[in-house]
Design a protein around this ligand. Structure first.
Ligand code: UGA
Length: 443
């Protein structure tokens, strides 16, 4: 099949490379000429395991190419994917101007049938707006060419996006014609393992499915984080509680890890956006609003623990941070708990020494050069001379440190374990004051 993808961000690029690898002829288009030039050279603008190789293989095989030429892009694919950004407005609603601009562009250039598929995460009802925008432009042109719209939300996790695309739990397809359903069933057939995973439904249900999935997951995390706060105050150990409740299949072991709050480009934005959509139609969401409030509070927990340990005297202290990205295997800093922590530490007069395997460039880009932020070569380097060490992101490289050696490098032995990855009694035996999330140092 011939496929065009508008937007070479995270979703567009992964979708393009994966669809090319199943034998399609994919053209990715972006207005950012610099980005397209770099992609043509094989340079990938984001860090995602496996993506660079996949892009290189498919480009070399002639199945994947890049352009800034919108006319060429519309002419290329019978299937036109919209995977451009939907940055949140100030009130939390998604800004659709880029999505609708693509719809207009397709309307300006198309000369025969096109199936226009929205892949960006967009509020329920956006496909109708896409249809209107496109039809409006066609009417202006006096054109009567036929088109369909569809919603095909993505369920990729950063750091595991290729695997998620190639081996999906399900593919959600929202359509209102059989013709559109047939195109999308055929496109995704190579990704069905053992049984058909494509779920065809109406367009609004498909749009809502994306939000529902993310909000269900975000709720699990906020609920666990809230329970961890209760455990902390009751002197119970949330890790033992987690293992015991996860054994019930209805609860399950996935996505019930307490931590220092969820971040990234999806959960925080989608939670806010659905609450906003509901409010606009007169429904005040209660659980969804609470998920956001609990998360905001959880993101201050690392600072609160340091503040309590040092009895508020953080001025002049040096704090080592292990991990900056909102989760491992990404360089994404959006809504990262590390940002909340660093900003609070700086406001209290403390200095930060940080190490992250991938996200230091991005952090430097956000905060610029400043005396109270030092980027380090590795974890031990960051800990050297520090008064406290905070594990913020559970990268593999931080899992089994030599605590005895670390204790000799540090000025004071304080460890805040923001992801509960260490055994408190073991860390304490190396002389550290240990603070986890919802667990006592004795566990
Ligand atoms: C999330 C969803 O998991 C994907 O299914 C979805 O497609 C994607 O959003 C999206 O809408 O595009 P992602 O944001 O990449 O993916 O990251 P996750 O791995 O889901 O982690 C989200 C946050 O939850 C991270 O901050 C992570 O540290 C936190 N988390 C996750 C916990 O605190 N506890 C857990 O048990 C699991």
């Amino acid at each position: 099949m011939r496929i065009t993808i508008f937007g070479t961000g995270y979703v567009g690029l992964v979708t393009g490379a994966c669809l090319a690898s199943s034998g399609n002829d994919v053209l990715c288009v972006d207005v950012d000429a610099d980005k397209i030039a770099r992609l043509k050279q094989g340079e990938i603008p984001i860090y995602e395991p496996g993506l660079e190789t996949l892009v290189a293989e498919n480009t070399a095989a002639g199945r994947l190419s890049f352009t800034t030429d919108a006319g060429q892009a519309v002419a290329h694919g019978t299937l036109q994917f919209i995977a451009v950004g939907t940055p949140p407005d100030e009130d939390g609603s998604a800004d659709l101007k880029y999505v609708l601009k693509v719809a207009e562009t397709i309307g300006q250039h198309m000369t025969d049938y096109r199936l226009v598929i929205t892949k960006s995460t967009v509020p329920v009802g956006t496909s109708d707006k896409v249809r209107q925008a496109l039809a409006g432009v066609l009417a202006e042109r006096g054109s009567t060419v036929d088109f369909d719209v569809a919603s095909n939300p993505e369920f990729l996790k950063e750091g595991a996006a290729i695997d998620d695309f190639m081996k999906p739990d399900r593919v959600v397809v929202g359509v209102d014609t059989e013709r559109a359903a047939d195109h999308l069933r055929a496109l995704y057939a190579p990704f069905n393992r053992q049984h058909d995973r494509t779920m065809v439904m109406d367009i609004r249900s498909a749009e809502l499915t994306k939000y529902a999935a993310n909000i269900m997951l975000a709720t699990k995390i906020s609920l666990m984080n809230e329970l961890s706060q209760v455990a902390d105050r009751l002197d119970a150990d949330i890790e033992q509680v987690r293992k015991a409740i996860g054994a019930d299949h209805r609860i399950g072991y996935h996505f019930i890890y307490p931590g220092c709050g969820f971040g990234g480009s999806c959960f925080p934005k989608d939670v806010r956006a659905l609450a906003h959509t509901a409010a606009k139609i007169g429904y005040d969401t209660e659980i969804i609003n609470a998920v956001e409030r609990v998360n905001d509070r959880q993101k201050t927990i690392l600072f609160d623990k340091l503040h309590a340990h040092f009895k508020g005297e953080l001025a002049g202290k040096t704090v080592a941070l292990w991990g900056l990205a909102f989760k491992p295997n990404t360089d994404d800093m959006r809504e990262a708990p590390a940002c909340t922590l660093m900003e609070a530490l700086w406001a209290a007069g403390a200095k930060v020494r940080a190490y992250d395997p991938e996200a230091m460039d991005e952090t430097a880009r956000i905060y610029g050069e400043r005396d109270d932020l030092v980027f380090c070569k590795h974890g031990e380097d960051a800990a050297t001379g520090a008064d406290a060490l905070v594990l913020v992101t559970e990268w593999q490289v931080f899992r089994t440190p030599d605590f005895k050696a670390l204790s000799e490098l540090m000025r004071e032995r304080v460890l805040v374990d923001g992801r509960n990855i260490y055994k408190p009694s073991y860390v304490a035996s190396a002389g550290f004051a240990y603070y986890g999330i919802g667990r006592s140092a004795a566990s």
